[in-house]
Design a protein around this ligand. Sequence first.
Ligand code: DAT
Ligand code: MG
Length: 148
Amino acid sequence: MEQTFIMIKPDGVQRGLIGEVIGRFEKKGFYLKAMKLVNVEKSFAEKHYADLSSKPFFAGLVEYIVSGPVVAMVWEGKSVVATGRKIVGATNPLAAEPGTIRGDFAVDIGRNVIHGSDSVENARKEIALWFPEGLAEWQSNQHSWIYE
Ligand code: DAT
Ligand code: MG
């Protein structure tokens, strides 16, 4: 099944939104395959956001990501990349629909609480970067009640 990389950014951790975020993915019917609370180095944050290195907001973005611990996770499920992006909501929280994480819990684009991979290919790269140690092997006993 498909996997995606989801990260609760430092503002989400500081604001006590870890359980809220996990609950939304968990209740949807996706499976948590890896998770850790970590402080990342500047060079690591730059690698994660390498595609955005030419953007004017890049330095501020990296500074924000290293400003406190983040929760890095891998979630698995059918179409979890695209559906995960819907759960996360639009990049600018003011444009994000209510019911999405950014729509419900954020205001400014530079404090938008959460990251979600934008494609299956980027998910694969991000999971390899954040979890070189690999993922947990398990399947929920509820599987056949969620997937037909
Ligand atoms: P997303 O996080 O929705 O995938 P992105 O990959 O384009 O969005 O950008 C990564 C992060 O960079 C985003 O979550 C917040 C920040 N960012 C994006 N565009 C920005 C902008 N115009 N001004 C300030 N920060 C921005
Ligand atoms: Mg992105």
